[in-house]
Design a protein around this ligand. Structure first.
Ligand SMILES: Cc1ncc(C[n+]2csc(CCOP(=O)(O)OP(=O)(O)O)c2C)c(N)n1
Ligand SMILES: [Mg+2]
Length: 325
């Protein structure tokens, strides 16, 4: 872990959100396997990258445009476990989209989480657009697009970076590089080793960071935010990480990656490593840790029960947001 100025309180809170995301994610898989939830996309393995970056932002004020893998990110940004479960089960009360979008299409207006589209890399353009608005309005906000490495082959990624660099927009392009786009390994997707290398072609800094270390991710994101606010334009951050579970609950990753490879990365599980860090450095006492685990368990149970009992959308509202009524 890096030496830095991140306060113990902040580190404790980071660990809490990482642990909450993992516990909620585990429960979502159980619900899926029991036939109670349609499909799950996990942040399992990506928690340090997501939580570390979120904490470097003005949470709830700066705009984030997440993608499906960003459960830990949206939790760190203020979405509640109940809201996550309501979304997973497509209930009327789901604040993301009232049960209209498929699971993991995050969006929460009051926390400045822009709604997510299914087409990968479109979020990069949306973040650039939000940043253009901030520049015009001089509202002191930074926008952040989150995306996988596979999506950087899409035209929208290149258009967004070019536009943002030319106009020196206050935006951060945050890549979570887990080495795979579903079954396609990165080496078959691109002829460069690092996503960060793409930055130079657009005239912005490209930064590589250990995506399994939340403190390092925090630091580079903070720097990128300061650059953006100083009018120096966008930064591309590449957080190198790994997903420990299949692409989604409909995928079988044994078809395209070895168990040895997964086990090797598991040795660097960000949740385990950061837990050791906060305990060894007495940032979190054993008693606090136990209380936190109990709190998380209670929250996950409460969110599950609440969402399962919540009403489905009224069929009469089917055309809402689709057709003018
Ligand atoms: C334009 C487009 N092409 C294909 C898909 C189908 N698709 C959904 S997720 C995904 C993989 C993306 O991989 P990556 O960007 O590396 O993100 P990861 O899931 O690894 O975090 C694909 C191909 C899509 N949603 N949009
Ligand atoms: Mg990927």
């Amino acid at each position: 872990m890096s030496k830095n100025s991140i306060t113990p309180e902040l580190q404790k809170d980071m660990y809490y959100h990482m642990a909450l995301a993992r516990a909620l994610d585990d429960r979502m898989w159980i619900l899926n396997r029991q036939g109670r939830a349609p499909v799950v996309y996990s942040s399992n393995g990506h928690e340090a990258a997501q939580v570390g970056s979120a904490f470097a932002l003005n949470r709830g004020e700066d705009w984030i445009v997440p993608y499906y893998r960003d459960l830990a990110l949206v939790l760190a940004y203020g979405m509640t476990p109940r809201q996550v479960m309501l979304h997973l089960l497509g209930k009327a009360e789901d604040p993301n989209s009232g049960g209209r979008q498929m699971p993991a299409h995050w969006g929460l207006k009051e926390r400045h989480i822009l709604t997510t589209g299914s087409v990968v890399a479109t979020q990069d353009i949306h973040a650039a657009g939000l940043a253009l608005a901030s520049k015009v309005l001089k509202d002191g906000r930074v926008s952040v697009a989150y995306f996988g490495e596979g999506s950087t082959s899409q035209g929208e990624f290149h258009e967004a970076l070019n536009f943002a660099a030319v106009h020196k927009l206050p935006v951060i392009f945050f890549n979570e590089n887990n080495g795979y786009a579903i079954s396609v390994p990165a080496r078959k997707q691109m002829a460069v080793m690092d996503i960060a290398a793409r930055a130079e072609g657009y005239g912005m800094p490209g930064v590589i960071v250990d995506g399994n270390d939340p403190l390092k991710v925090y630091e580079v994101t903070k720097e990128a935010r300061e650059r953006a606010l100083a009018g120096e334009g966008p930064t591309l951050i590449e957080a190198k990480t790994y997903r420990f579970v299949p692409h989604s609950s409909d995928d079988d990753d044994r078809a395209y990656r070895s168990r040895e490879e997964v086990a090797e990365w598991k040795k660097r599980d960000p949740l385990v490593t950061f837990e050791k860090h906060v305990l060894d450095n007495k940032i979190l006492s054993q008693e606090e840790h136990q209380a936190m685990q109990q709190k998380i368990k209670d929250l996950v149970n409460d969110a599950t029960d609440y969402a399962e009992q919540a009403a489905l959308p009224d069929p009469d509202t089917l055309g809402l947001y689709v057709y003018h009524q």
